[in-house]
Design a binder for this molecule. Structure first.
Ligand code: BDR
Ligand code: CA
Length: 308
């Protein structure tokens, strides 16, 4: 099985992505490294542990950086709930996180599974950036890096042009895109192209399986919020990135281009600047997902929610 390491800030859509990963027979989740982002680190760690408990998996959980590298950023508690899991008041998991820091765990696991490791980042890239500063040799040991982040033509979701994961810690994103020769990217604009009618979501969630029931509860607020603000379709950013990671052959269109992260702009800080016309002569460091097989995506979500 392919070893899969997930850096994540759960987060309602992170939770669905994790369920998809746990459910895939061809991948083995070897660790969850936890970032701050959607909400503060104590919550994202507790949520990761709780989700493992609900899913019945014993994957080690490593707490990472509590703040972005340089500038404090606003979290997304207004979307995901103050605790990141819809404020349902769940009983915390009995298990504790491991003692090792997430950045060190990333490096250790990259040695343990050198050349085979699939690394998927579903939150701000702080832990990965720190790991890269500790050991710039990391990319040579990672078989593939998939990132959920960015807005490739500048239609952001956190500012006019920035997507949340990149906008939360632009310096970290810069370090990652600069260091990895190729990043497989599921950006916010691709997410917006891969929505589902709300009635389909209601049907998946009503299947009665414990994973679906838990997900139904933690996602109630975000589904309400999304219905109010984004209209008649439901989207799950991290689930799309995970589908792209688990089954790249279901990607129907991928475009490779140079991508840089804007750090300095007053209006544009945190933007992912894609050189569509390749004017700057930089290498194509991003493989941008444009279109994914929607039926495959749906099948994976449904299976993940129905798994026991
Ligand atoms: C990303 O930001 C977070 O709120 C989600 O979990 C996802 O990773 C979407 O912009
Ligand atoms: Ca996330």
């Amino acid at each position: 099985r392919i070893p899969l390491l997930i850096d994540t800030d759960p987060g309602v859509d992170d939770a669905l992505a994790l369920l998809m990963a746990f459910n895939d027979p061809r991948h083995e989740v070897v660790g969850l490294t936890i970032a701050a982002g959607n909400v503060g680190l104590p919550h994202t760690v507790a949520n990761a542990l709780k989700l493992c408990e609900v899913a019945g998996v014993d994957v080690p959980v490593f707490a990472g950086c509590a703040t972005p590298l340089l500038h404090m950023a606003e979290d997304a508690g207004y979307v995901h709930g103050r605790d990141g899991f819809g404020d349902i008041g769940y009983t915390p998991a009995a298990r504790q996180p491991e003692g090792e820091h997430a950045a060190l765990a990333i490096l250790r696991l990259s040695h343990e599974f050198a050349g085979r490791l699939l690394l998927v980042a579903l939150g701000p890239l702080t832990n990965l950036a720190l790991a890269l500063r500790l050991d710039p040799g990391l990319p040579s040991r990672v078989a593939r890096l998939v990132v959920m982040g960015g807005a490739v033509t500048g239609r952001g979701n956190t500012s006019a042009v920035a997507e949340f994961n990149i906008g939360f810690d632009p310096e970290a994103a810069h370090i990652v895109f600069d260091a990895f020769p190729k990043v497989d990217l599921a950006d916010w604009e691709a997410v917006m192209e891969h929505g589902f009618p709300h009635r389909d979501v209601e049907r998946w969630l009503a299947c009665g399986h414990p994973r679906a029931t838990f997900y139904e509860e933690i996602s109630r607020k975000t589904r309400q919020w999304a219905g109010d603000s984004r209209g008649d379709r439901w989207h799950s950013a991290d689930a799309l990135a995970m589908a792209y990671a688990l089954e790249p052959s279901a990607a129907l269109e991928v475009v490779e281009r140079p991508l840089a992260v804007e750090l300095a702009g007053h209006h544009s800080r945190g933007a992912t600047v894609v050189d569509w016309q390749r004017r700057g002569g930089s290498p194509d460091n991003a493989a941008i997902l444009m279109r994914y097989d929607q039926a495959r995506f749906e099948a994976r979500i449904e299976a993940a929610l129905a798994a026991r």
